[in-house]
Design a protein. Structure first.
Length: 187
């Protein structure tokens, strides 16, 4: 078949790969975590991210209530825990205990971060958009916590060594082969 030929479907929420983020919400005393694939960066200065959450999720009221959450990126060795946090509800299960996560305090938010995740973003909601099935919480990234072992002697972050987990069309993946650095095509 001609490799430029396309099949046209009706519009759907289809993209990939994305990070399956572990979003911690609630308070330090009563935290919860859910897995969110609909997340990303939406602004550089100030640094801003979003999470899109269905109002029927237990976590929705927690995020809405405190206006804070942390985005924690799991490693490929955490695929099972990531799936658990995306299939069980905090209304019935203590997912943090079940997954054996270690929580450490937020530095700029009252919401903790997951110590086992190499990268955590501490976020404060600035806008809320009801889009239909999901509500998009747009948030400022107030602080970033990154695993010290990934920072070399020159202060450079080697995120490629983190072994981050990816999610694409219902499947989890470990990141594959590096194919370039930003700007390499025009150097
Ligand atoms: C890989 C993956 C990605 C998910 N992405 C989202 C998402 O972007 N938004 C959302 O509302 N739910 C998403 N979910 C579903 C929630 O994580 C799931 O309903 C979870 O049990 C909610 O937890 P809670 O009831 O403790 O809030 C995802 C689940 C998985 C497994």
């Amino acid at each position: 078949m001609d490799n430029t030929e396309k099949t046209v479907w009706k519009g759907s929420a289809l993209t990939g790969p994305v990070p399956p983020a572990l979003v911690v919400c609630g308070t330090a005393e009563r935290p919860n975590v859910l897995t969110v694939a609909w997340t990303g960066i939406v602004n550089s200065h100030p640094p801003m991210t979003y999470v899109s959450v269905r109002p029927e999720r237990y976590s929705y009221a927690l995020i809405d209530g405190t206006g804070e959450f942390t985005v924690n990126l799991p490693t490929s060795s955490m695929a099972r825990e990531t799936d658990i946090c995306g299939t069980l509800t905090g209304a019935k299960t203590d997912k943090i205990k079940k997954c054996g996560f270690t929580l450490s305090p937020g530095t700029r938010t009252g919401v903790p971060v997951i110590a086992e995740c190499p990268l955590s973003l501490e976020c404060r909601v600035s806008q809320k958009l009801d889009l239909g099935s999901h509500t998009m919480f747009i948030a400022e990234i107030l602080a970033v916590q990154v695993a010290s072992r990934l920072i070399d002697s020159k202060g450079k972050l080697n995120l490629q060594q983190a072994g981050l987990l990816a999610f694409s069309h219902g499947e989890y993946f470990a990141l594959g082969r590096k194919c370039g650095n930003i700007g390499f095509s025009t150097k």
